[in-house]
Design a protein around this ligand. Sequence first.
Ligand SMILES: Nc1ncnc2c1ncn2[C@@H]1O[C@H](COP(=O)(O)OP(=O)(O)O)[C@@H](O)[C@H]1O
Ligand SMILES: [Mg+2]
Length: 325
Amino acid sequence: MAVIDVRGLRKRYPGQRLAPALADVDLTIQDGAVLGLIGPNGAGKTTLIKILSGLLVPDSGSGTVLGYDLLRHSRQIRGAVSLVAPTADVGIDNNLTVRQNLVFWAPVYGLTGPAARRRIDELLARLGLDAKADAWPMHISAGQRQRLAIARSLLAEHTLVFLDEPTNKLDADGVRSVRQLIAELNSRHGVTVVLTTHVMEEAEELCSEIAFLAEGRLRRHMPTGEVLRSLGLVRPIRVQLALPPTAVFRRPDAHAFAGAVRIECRDPSVPGEVELTVWSEDTLKTTPELLNWVFASGCRLVGMATEWVTLEDVFHALAAEGGPP
Ligand SMILES: Nc1ncnc2c1ncn2[C@@H]1O[C@H](COP(=O)(O)OP(=O)(O)O)[C@@H](O)[C@H]1O
Ligand SMILES: [Mg+2]
């Protein structure tokens, strides 16, 4: 079932002279998907999320969200979806503890009495906030505040959740815990997730499909696994090897590893070592095969590194292949 199905969305803010915030956006998302809405600053990601969650009316376009008409039923849409805004602190009251914040919001989502207490305890545990339940919001980390904001939005148990830059400004631990939470929401609870990010790596890790926005236009929308291949993007896997003292080193062929397209081999400054760079369009397939080859070759693995394709790489590739202006 299509959870989101919209056509021809346009939005121009008052006074916006150059390109509109959104231009002719068509988007269909099926139940159970995790969609990564990705694009540079000002691409229109937040505008699109606000329209899809019923907070903002498009200038034109039509469609449905959870079966509700985007234009006529925006109140029902607002009541049926969760939206976590980019700044985690929106809706968090610093004069209430972590738990009290959730207690305050529960009735807004129709939760009262023992049912509310149960749900709040469950959310605090699930978000790893139980130890911080009685702490003041200003005494917890940015990652924990973001999880509190997410907990608040989950009080409602909605099946469609919008997360606008959920990991922005978090430290490495915060990023990890919020990403894990998003993955669980989807895999364990079947929640359909739409998240925005300007980090390609995050979209690749979390999302089953990726939609690229640039200057208000949806340039591509496809399963995550196809992005690199369809854009001809390859990333390097570098391995540094110490050669076996006796055996002869035979450089592998690119065909030896699934997903590999090219192999470069060079002697680094250290004698007896060699550096292989395997260019792969599917590192998940290439890496284990490459490692198996290393172990079978008798070489000792000294170092290994993979570089992520960045959002810039993707946009260069999109620009190079042309497309809508
Ligand atoms: N309330 C607003 N008034 C005027 N222009 C806005 C407003 N909100 C966003 N914009 C403009 O619309 C474009 C898209 O913004 P936004 O949807 O916030 O992009 P993103 O979330 O991808 O960074 C940008 O050019 C931005 O400056
Ligand atoms: Mg934004």
